[in-house]
Design a protein around this ligand. Structure first.
Ligand SMILES: [Fe+2]
Length: 202
């Protein structure tokens, strides 16, 4: 594989190696390897859909940076604001995107709004998801180590239709959450409704 180099304007001067080392400090090996695969998958999707390959790659690489931050740290951060206290009833599954970007800004120094937004939205979706947001959301779900039927189905759909593939992922995730009697973040349901209407009007 050709070596990936990110423009320093996007990383505020950090090299990819430096970013990788920071990521490794925050994650166990399994999660770290997942991030490398999501980076690669996100770059491929961006190429396919004519989106910014470096923004997609960087967001893919860092999407789970804050996945293993201690729960107590998250609670503390949410309580001190400026976050909606309603977030407290959810867990790291939601927090590591929406709240996790605070750690990425502070510790990695990434300030690019589109990169941070895509990372923020990868745990919740958003009714106004951009193609870059969809790419990160989806790359997480279809990276090569994912083998469930819904993941394979989304991977296939992602070859031709980004929103359709995103809908397959949303449908699968919501079905899982209901089946397991887990809370649904309202914005995720709103995202499903919005994308379904968007896809039906096409
Ligand atoms: Fe994640």
């Amino acid at each position: 594989m050709d070596e990936i180099v990110y423009p320093s304007t996007l990383t505020n001067g950090k090299t990819r190696d430096e970013i990788v080392r920071l990521l490794q400090k925050r994650l166990d090996e399994v999660r770290f390897q997942h991030c490398l695969r999501v980076e690669k998958t996100a770059r491929e999707l961006a190429r396919r859909y004519h989106e910014d390959v470096d923004r997609a790659g960087l967001a893919g690489l860092l999407h789970d940076y804050a996945k293993q931050i201690p729960v107590a740290d998250y609670r503390q951060l949410i309580k001190t604001g400026p976050y909606d206290p309603a977030l407290l009833v959810y867990g790291r599954g939601v927090w590591h995107g929406v709240v996790g970007i605070a750690y990425i800004e502070r510790e990695v120094g990434i300030t690019d709004k589109r990169v941070l937004q895509a990372i923020a939205r990868h745990t919740t979706g958003d009714p106004e998801m951009t193609p870059l947001d969809e790419i990160i959301f989806l790359a997480d779900f279809i990276e090569p180590a994912r083998t469930l039927d819904s993941e394979k189905q989304a991977r296939k759909a992602a070859k031709t239709d980004l929103t359709e593939a995103t809908l397959i992922e949303l449908s699968s995730t919501l079905t899982y959450l209901v089946g397991a009697r887990k809370l649904i973040f309202p914005k995720t349901l709103d995202t499903y409704n919005a994308l379904l209407q968007r896809s039906e009007s096409n």
